[in-house]
Design a binder for this molecule. Structure first.
Ligand code: ZN
Length: 401
């Protein structure tokens, strides 16, 4: 057993060092967005030239959730990332300089965006920047816009035309309209096609993945799960459903579970009841539209909940018993070792399917957990198979026997 693990670690180390040599990493980049533009769009209507990128970070006294579009054009994407990063850096300085009276208080920075295509080249992105600091009397919401010329690959100043101009969506036969097709599966991977036969008397665990889906990282995780006949639970963000429809369909067709992790990763304990409802309902609807069924389980953002939230959510709330801290370490070996050193029958393991390092950790973990005799099941299966019904208003972090 140890030998197998050792071998995997060596292979992964080689892969990582090769990547490091070939592609210098930019600092603070959370997701690499090199999705290939592979296919001319055959649908008329909305232009979807962008791919959503997210930065989710949290600490003892702060939470950050920032979403922004990437167009696959280096010069433009760099400006957007720097723009977002400047808000994050400013926020981090404020957090550092103002320690809250209340130890449980978390300052929040939340950025989402609306996108307006005026043509295939002219695009305006309106960022909504929500900040709530310990010393603010109330949250502050500001907006900021960036307008891009995708053809000339530069930022332009079109402030004057932004207000209330109807969005022009250009007609279809323009070959500039392109969509990012999903490469659903690595064709070189040899899939196990046997039926999943779960024995309720044998050990089982639930691997869970938050904040996705993201093509670059969710697809290889699905590939690894499929290869070993395992499944996972994906607590997705509703705002990432667009352009990832096929990925959600694949999750379901391969017997994975989709859970609700809010629409845009707002901290649900600090927003109004109607905003909570909208965060949850919009995601339920988005998943239903794509897969034909609604999520049955929900994971609160940042794991934050209180009695009010419990009474508002009409789904069981799922936390975790093993936190890999994968978002922090970005170290596949650390992530895998932490799980393997602590795992027990009935565990729910928290990871995020938006990091390359988590993809590599999953490649170590899945075969090793299987060889240790664990069955990889969804959260709902974990409880169903042990004859325990998940109940609305309850919090679950591990199946205790
Ligand atoms: Zn999250």
């Amino acid at each position: 057993m140890k030998k197998v693990l050792f071998l995997f670690i060596i292979i992964v180390l080689i892969i990582i060092s090769c990547n490091f040599i070939l592609t210098p990493k930019t600092t603070k980049e959370t997701l690499s967005l090199t999705d290939s533009i592979t296919k001319l769009n055959s649908n008329s209507g909305n232009l979807n030239l962008e791919e959503i990128n997210s930065i989710i970070e949290y600490g003892d006294n702060f939470v950050i959730g920032a979403h922004f579009p990437m167009f696959g054009i280096d010069s433009i994407d760099l400006i957007t990332r720097n723009f977002i990063q400047s808000y994050i850096e400013e926020f981090n300085i404020l957090v550092k300089n103002h320690s809250p009276q209340d130890k449980n208080y978390k300052s929040e920075l939340s950025i989402d965006y609306e996108i307006y295509y005026f043509s295939t080249s002219i695009v305006t992105v309106k960022f909504n920047i929500f900040e709530f600091m310990s010393y603010y009397p109330s949250p502050s919401l500001t907006t900021s816009t960036l307008t891009y010329d995708l053809k000339r690959k530069k930022i332009i100043d079109l402030e004057e035309i932004i207000n209330d101009i109807p969005v022009v969506v250009v007609s279809q036969n323009n070959s500039d309209i392109i969509s990012k097709d999903v490469i659903l599966m690595n064709p070189n991977i040899e899939m196990v096609t046997s039926e999943r036969n779960i024995d309720p008397n044998k050990p089982m665990i639930a691997l869970t993945f938050d904040d996705g889906p993201h093509k670059n990282t969710t697809i290889p995780i699905l590939d690894t799960l499929k290869l070993y006949n395992g499944v996972g639970t994906f607590f997705i963000l509703g705002n990432r459903v667009k352009n990832n429809e096929n990925l959600l369909k694949r999750m379901i067709s391969e017997e994975n579970e989709i859970g609700n992790h809010s629409f845009s990763h707002k901290q649900l304990t600090t927003i109004s009841s109607s905003e909570v409802k909208s965060q949850i309902d919009k995601t339920q609807r988005a998943v239903l539209e794509v897969t034909g069924s609604k999520p049955k389980v929900m994971r609160p953002t940042y794991g934050s909940y209180n009695s009010k939230l419990k009474s508002q959510i009409d789904m069981p709330m799922i936390l975790w018993s093993i936190d890999t801290l994968d978002w922090e370490s970005r170290d596949p070996i650390k992530i895998a070792t932490h799980v393997l050193d602590n795992v027990e029958d009935g565990d729910i393991i928290l990871m995020h399917d938006i990091y390359e390092s988590t993809v590599d950790a999953v490649k170590i973990l899945v075969p090793e957990l299987i060889s240790r005799g664990y069955q990889l099941v969804t959260v709902s299966e974990l409880y169903e198979l042990k004859g325990e019904a998940l109940q609305v208003g309850n919090i679950y972090s591990k199946l205790y026997k």
